[in-house]
Design a protein around this ligand. Sequence first.
Ligand SMILES: Nc1ncnc2c1ncn2[C@@H]1O[C@H](COP(=O)(O)OP(=O)(O)OP(=O)(O)O)[C@@H](O)[C@H]1O
Ligand SMILES: [Mg+2]
Length: 293
Amino acid sequence: MPLTGGGRVKTPKRLLPLVEEGLIDEVISQLMSGKEATVYVVRSGDSTRCAKVYKDAKQRSFRQAASYREGRKVKNSREARAIEKGSRYGREVQEQHWQNAEVDALFRLANAGVRVPQPYICTDGVLLMELVTDADGNVAPRLNDVDMSEARAVELHARLLNEVVRMLCAGVIHGDLSEYNILLAEDGPVIIDLPQAVDAAGNLEAPAMLERDVDNLAAYFGRFAPHLLSANYGKEIWALFEGGGLHPEVQLTGQIELDTTPVDLDAVLQELEDTRLEEEARVRHEQSLREGG
Ligand SMILES: Nc1ncnc2c1ncn2[C@@H]1O[C@H](COP(=O)(O)OP(=O)(O)OP(=O)(O)O)[C@@H](O)[C@H]1O
Ligand SMILES: [Mg+2]
């Protein structure tokens, strides 16, 4: 998509505070308006950037499902109580947490070497970040909007699996990864849209979410490279993560060992103990027979 269409757009109300604060000099165009945000191309000094304006909480019920909030710790107890009660203040606090979650995840992932848009600031309900562009300098297309050969699909799939691994090594699961939330930039795929990202530790839904993200990738790239559909990378990655063997250079096979469930040590010990008691009882019984007879 070309960056400019001639005339600039009138500054949207929600971007005025950032213009006043000197964070944005000019609004170039509106990129799109989705369910949860409206995205603009803006100019800040010499740089062209992307401004994501979050919509009200009411309009994004689905991704606020409890599973996403689970494990997202609210450290301030007054805030935690307010959220619990669902008061107006509580909703504002929750809103703040939701918006900060995306910028927090972006900083964390960018620092871990995951290819995400470089974040700059999140203020007044607006996230200011790098505008992802293609080789011609235009706004990068979503993965869903590009056609590709089988070889390219295999290559991109492998790169994105590696990104998922890197994310998990940084303790983050995207939670809504799909061909709609990946842009194809000049330097390769870029993962976007992270307000629902979850902490891998301390979330019971984490393995299921990771598997779903990974399955979404397989389903999409499987359209161009059908053999990707039969692999099982999600379970493999999670098993490595749980076993402490996950690192960014890990070689994935797409296969999982037949039995990856950890040994239940208590059950094994109980079994040994039971056998021992049985044996003792048998010996006692034999002894009593001998003594009696
Ligand atoms: N940093 C960026 N650079 C270029 N384009 C972007 C960037 N961030 C978002 N976009 C564009 O804006 C669209 C919406 O962004 P995003 O997915 O973050 O918001 P959303 O409200 O969750 O959208 P949706 O409801 O469609 O998932 C993206 O599909 C992409 O086309
Ligand atoms: Mg999106």
